[in-house]
Design a protein around this ligand. Structure first.
Ligand SMILES: Nc1ncnc2c1ncn2[C@@H]1O[C@H](COP(=O)(O)OP(=O)(O)OP(=O)(O)O)[C@@H](O)[C@H]1O
Ligand SMILES: [Mg+2]
Length: 817
C-alpha cells in the first residue's frame, strides 16, 4: 500500500499504567469528524500541508503529538476556539507516505489533555497543554462495578445486533477491567454515535459520570438497533410473501400449461360470453350481464369475489329468458286429459277450459291466478299437475308451507355470503321454460316474522299487472313472469291476507261424497295402487262393496288420501302373499278387507251410544280438514251460578255458549225448567277432542240443545246433527261450509240435519242430487224449532225412538229418505 512506510518504535512512550512524561508544549493535530480516546488505536489520513509538516517534525522529535477534535469539520485553519478543550496525547505508531504527498498514520491515544494556550499557529499549531487527570472516587467503586457489568451486557447486545461492529469487540471489552478504560474503549468503538457525543465522553473526567452517560448511549443505541431489526424483518417477510406468491402462481401457470389445461379462466369467460349472446336476454339484462362479465375477466381466478361473480353469471345465463313451450290450444284434448286423471271436479275443470278458450281467442290475455281451496286430499295439487300436462307446459311446484322469510320468495341480495335467488326464480330455472304451470302450494300456511313477510313478495309475483318486471333481489334485473300460469292451493282462505286473496280467482273444491269416493277409487286409486305395488288387474281386484266398506269403516275424511292409503295397504298384503308363493288372484271383498285391515276403525253405532244420556248433542263444524262432526256435552252440578267451558274453545265459541245459557234462563218456564236453576247450579260445557282448538259461532244451536237436554232430562236424538248461530232473542242465523258439514254428517251415517233457514240457498246450489238423496234437511229460523226437533219426548218410559218418520220443515228436503 505504501512506498514509504516507517515503523516507529514506541519503547520510550507508554500510555495507561505508567505515568506519561508530558512536555509542557506539544504540536496540535486538529481532527475532523473523529475523537481519539486514550488507549485506542486509530488510522488517520493527513492531507493538510501544515499537518504533513507537523507529522514530519514530530516523527523526528519523539513522535508525540496532541490531537484535538474540531468543533466544525469544515474549518480549514482552526484556531483555539475551533477546537474542543479536551484532547488526547498521541503517539504516532506508523506512517505511510502516499504518492500524492498525503500521509496515512496509525496513532495511539495515550492520555487526556487540556488545551491551555496556543503558542504558535505557523507552520502548524502548537500549544501549552496539561494532563487532565481522571477522577475516580473510591466510594463509587461498587456502583462503578455494577455499571461496568451493565455496560458490558448492553454492549454485547449492541454488537450482536449491529452489522457494523465486529464480534471481536465483545471479547476485547470483556477483558478490560478498568472502568474508565472500558468506557473509552466502547465509546471509541461505536461507529454510529456523533463526534459531539464522543467528545462529551472524552471530556467527562469523573469515571462514574462517564460510565453513566455511556450506559445511556448504549441503551439508546440498543433501542434504535432493535427497532431497526424489527422493521427489517417486517419488510423482509412482506417481501418474502409477495415473492413467494408470485413464484407459486408462476409455477401453477407452468404446471397448467404442461397439463394442457391452458388458460381456464379465459376459456370460461369466452363460454359465458357466448351464452349471454345465446339465451336471448332482454337488452337491459344483457348489458348488466356483460358488465359483470367484464368485471369477472379482470379478477384473478383465485379471488373469493370471482366465484360470487361467476355464480351470478351462471344464474343469468341459465334462466329461460326466451325459452317457452309451444302451446297448442286444443280444448277437446285438454278436456280428455283432465277427465282421464280426475273424476268429478267439474267446476274446476270448466274454469280451466274457459281460460283456455279465452286465450285461444286473445293470446295476449294476462294469465289468471287460480286458487284451489278445499280440504286435504281432494286433488288440488294433482289437478294442477294434470292441467300442466294437458296444456303441454312444464310444471313446477313450490310449497309455501312454513315459509317465513321474504327472501325465500325473492332471494337474498348478492352481498350476502351464499346468497341465492328466491323460489320463484329457482322454480323457473328448474322449469327451463318461461311459461310453465307454477304451483304455489299451501298458500294458507305462509308464515311471517321479523325477517319479513313473504306474502308481500307474493303480491308482486301474483299481480298480472306488474309481474312482467318481477325483480328478484339476487338477480337484481327484471324477469317477465307474465306468461307463467300460477295456480295456488289452500285448505282454507281465512289465513290468506286479503290483498293476496284479492288477486286470485278462488275455486272451491269441496270434499267428496261416498259415491264420489267410490267412483274415484274405482277409476283411479285402485289401478294406481295395484300398479305401484307391482301387481296387475288380473292378479288383484276389488269389489264395489269392499271399497264402500273401506270408505265407511276405515276412513273418515273429506278427501281420498286415507282411502288411497288403505287401498295401498291392501295391495301391500296381496303383494306379500304373492311374493310368498301364493299365485291365486286376490279378490278383495268386505270379508277380505276385515281379514287384512283388522276390524273397522269407525262405527255408526257410536252416535246413538253417546247421546243416550241427556246433555249430549251432535253438532257440525267446518275446519281446514273439511266438515267435522262434534259432540257437545253439557252437565249440571251443584254450585253458585257459574259456567265452565272446556275443550280449547275460542272466544267466539265461548260467547255463543253464554248466549245459549242466557236464552235458556229467559225461556226456562216454557221448557219446564226451574227458572231459578242457575242460582244453585254450575253448568259445564265440554267439547271433546280437547286437543283440537275449535272456534266459530256455528255451534250455538248445538250448545243450546245440549244444555236444554241436560236441564229437561230429555236426551237429544242421536241420528240428528245440527249447525247454526244463535241470537239472544232466539233466532237462528246462517253459517258457512254447508256442503262440507253435510258431507261430514253423511260420513258418520247421519241422514237428518238441522240447518239455518237462510242456508236454504246453499242446500239447493251446493248439494249434489246424490247428497240430497236420503237426506232430511230441516231449515229452521228459531231455537224453539231446533229444540222441538232435537229433544226426545218427555216421558222416559216410552222406548227411545231412534228412527223417526221423516219430518219436513224445509222445502229442500226430499219427500222420503
Ligand atoms: N277427483 C279425483 N280423481 C282422481 N284422483 C283424485 C281425485 N281427488 C284426489 N285424488 C287423488 O288423491 C290424492 C291426494 O290428492 P292431492 O295430493 O292432490 O290432494 P290436495 O288436495 O293437494 O291435498 P292437500 O291440501 O293435503 O295438499 C292424489 O293421489 C290424487 O290423485
Ligand atoms: Mg296438495
Amino acid at each position: 500500500m505504501s512506498e514509504h512506510a516507517e515503523d516507529l518504535k514506541s519503547d520510550d512512550i507508554t500510555g495507561g499504567d505508567r505515568p506519561l512524561a508530558l512536555p509542557a508544549e506539544l504540536p496540535i493535530l486538529p481532527l475532523r469528524d473523529t475523537v481519539l480516546f486514550p488507549n485506542s488505536f486509530m488510522p488517520l489520513a493527513v492531507a493538510r500541508e501544515s499537518s504533513v509538516r507537523l507529522i514530519d517534525d514530530a516523527i523526528a522529535d519523539g513522535k508525540l503529538i496532541a490531537v484535538f477534535a474540531q468543533r466544525d469539520a469544515a474549518v480549514e485553519e482552526p484556531e483555539q476556539s475551533d477546537l474542543y478543550p479536551v484532547g488526547t496525547a498521541t503517539h504516532i505508531h506508523k506512517m505511510f507516505k502516499l504518492p500524492d504527498g498525503s500521509l496515512r498514520l496509525i496513532v495511539q491515544g495515550l492520555a487526556r489533555l487540556t488545551l491551555e494556550q496556543l503558542t504558535a499557529t505557523k507552520p502548524y499549531l502548537r500549544a501549552r497543554v496539561r494532563a487532565a487527570d481522571e477522577d475516580t472516587n473510591d466510594a463509587d467503586r461498587l456502583e462503578i462495578d455494577a455499571l461496568a457489568r451493565n455496560i458490558k451486557t448492553n454492549f454485547q447486545q449492541v454488537v450482536s445486533l449491529s452489522p457494523l461492529l465486529s464480534d471481536d469487540l465483545q471479547t476485547l471489552a470483556t477483558n478490560i477491567t478498568e472502568a474508565g478504560r472500558l468506557a473509552d474503549f466502547i465509546a471509541s468503538s461505536l461507529t454510529t454515535i456523533s463526534t459531539a457525543v464522543k467528545q462529551e465522553v472524552l471530556e467527562t473526567l469523573d469515571v462514574r459520570a462517564r460510565m453513566d452517560s455511556l450506559n445511556r448511549i448504549l441503551i439508546k443505541e440498543l433501542e434504535v438497533l432493535e427497532l431497526g431489526s424489527k422493521i427489517q424483518s417486517q419488510v423482509q417477510s412482506e417481501v418474502g410473501k409477495n415473492q413467494r406468491e408470485y413464484f407459486l402462481r408462476e409455477q401453477m401457470k407452468a404446471i397448467q400449461k404442461e397439463l394442457g389445461e391452458g388458460d381456464d379462466q379465459t376459456k370460461e369467460i369466452e363460454e359465458l360470453a357466448d351464452k349471454i349472446e345465446a339465451v336471448g336476454m332482454p337488452d337491459s339484462v344483457k348489458k348488466e350481464a356483460l358488465r359483470e362479465l367484464d368485471r369477472l375477466s379482470k379478477m384473478p381466478a383465485a379471488a373469493a369475489e370471482y366465484t360470487v361473480s361467476r355464480t351470478y353469471l351462471d344464474w343469468l345465463v341459465t334462466l329461460p329468458w326466451a325459452k317457452r313451450t309451444d302451446e297448442v290450444i286444443d280444448l277437446p284434448h285438454t278436456k280428455s286429459v283432465l277427465d282421464a286423471d280426475h273424476s268429478g271436479l267439474e267446476k274446476a275443470k270448466d274454469r280451466i277450459l274457459e281460460y283456455l278458450a279465452v286465450r285461444k281467442l286473445n293470446p295476449a290475455v294476462k294469465g289468471p291466478i287460480l286458487c284451489f281451496v278445499g280440504p286435504p286430499g281432494v286433488g288440488k295439487t294433482s289437478l294442477a299437475r294434470s292441467i300442466a300436462e294437458s296444456l303441454g307446459r312444464k310444471f313446477v311446484r313450490v310449497s309455501l308451507g312454513g315459509m317465513r322469510d321474504e327472501a325465500e320468495i325473492r332471494g337474498h341480495r348478492r352481498t350476502y355470503i351464499g346468497a341465492l335467488p328466491g323460489q320463484i326464480i329457482q322454480g323457473l330455472r328448474r322449469a327451463e321454460s318461461k311459461n310453465p304451470v307454477f304451483i304455489l302450494d299451501e298458500i294458507d300456511k305462509l308464515g311471517s316474522d321479523f325477517r319479513g313477510d313473504p306474502s308481500s313478495a307474493l303480491l308482486e309475483v301474483l299481480d298480472p299487472e306488474q309481474n312482467n318486471t318481477f325483480r328478484d333481489h339476487y338477480l337484481d334485473v327484471p324477469f317477465d313472469l307474465s306468461e307463467v300460469l300460477f295456480i295456488t292451493t289452500a285448505n282454507v282462505l281465512d289465513p290468506v291476507p286479503p290483498p293476496l286473496r284479492d288477486r286470485m280467482e278462488v275455486l272451491e273444491i269441496a270434499g267428496y261424497t261416498e259415491e264420489e269416493k267410490l267412483q274415484i277409487a274405482t277409476d283411479h286409486l285402485v289401478e294406481k295402487q295395484v300398479r305401484n305395488h307391482g301387481l296387475t288387474s288380473e292378479q288383484m281386484q276389488f269389489t264395489p262393496e269392499a271399497l264402500r266398506q273401506v270408505i265407511r269403516g276405515y276412513t273418515r275424511e273429506a278427501g281420498v288420501r286415507n282411502l288411497e292409503r288403505e287401498i295401498g295397504a291392501l295391495c301391500r298384503k296381496a303383494a306379500r302373499q304373492r311374493a310368498e308363493g301364493n299365485e291365486d288372484i286376490v279378490v278383495v271383498t268386505p270379508e277380505v278387507v276385515v281379514q287384512m285391515l283388522g276390524a273397522p276403525k269407525f262405527l255408526d253405532e257410536e252416535m246413538e251410544e253417546r247421546t243416550k244420556e241427556p246433555g249430549v248433542a251432535i253438532g257440525l263444524a267446518w275446519t281446514a280438514a273439511g266438515g267435522e262432526v262434534l259432540f257437545i256435552e253439557a252437565s249440571r252440578m251443584a254450585g253458585t251460578g257459574s259456567l265452565t267451558l272446556t275443550g280449547q274453545l275460542g272466544d267466539v265459541m265461548k260467547e255463543s255458549a253464554r248466549a245459549a245459557l242466557s236464552w235458556l234462563r229467559t225461556h226456562a218456564r216454557e221448557y219446564n225448567i226451574d227458572p231459578d236453576f242457575f242460582k244453585s247450579a254450575e253448568m259445564h260445557i265440554h267439547v271433546p277432542s280437547g286437543a283440537i282448538p275449535k272456534d266459530g259461532p256455528s255451534a250455538g244451536v248445538t250448545m243450546t240443545a245440549a244444555m236444554a237436554s241436560q236441564l229437561t232430562g230429555r236426551p237429544v236424538r242421536g241420528d240428528l246433527a245440527m249447525t247454526g248461530e244463535i241470537t239472544l232473542s232466539g233466532r237462528v242465523l246462517p253459517v258457512g261450509g254447508i256442503k262440507e258439514k253435510v258431507l261430514a254428517a253423511r260420513r258418520v251415517g247421519i241422514h237428518e240435519v238441522i240447518l239455518p233457514k237462510q242456508n236454504g240457498k246453499n242446500v239447493n246450489e251446493d248439494l249434489t242430487p246424490e247428497l240430497r238423496k236420503d237426506l232430511v234437511v230441516h231449515l229452521v229460523s228459531s231455537i224453539d224449532e231446533v229444540l222441538a226437533l232435537a229433544l226426545q219426548p218427555v216421558s222416559t218410559d216410552v222406548p227411545r225412538q231412534t228412527k223417526k218418520p221423516a219430518r219436513q220443515t224445509g222445502h229442500a228436503s226430499p219427500p222420503s229418505r
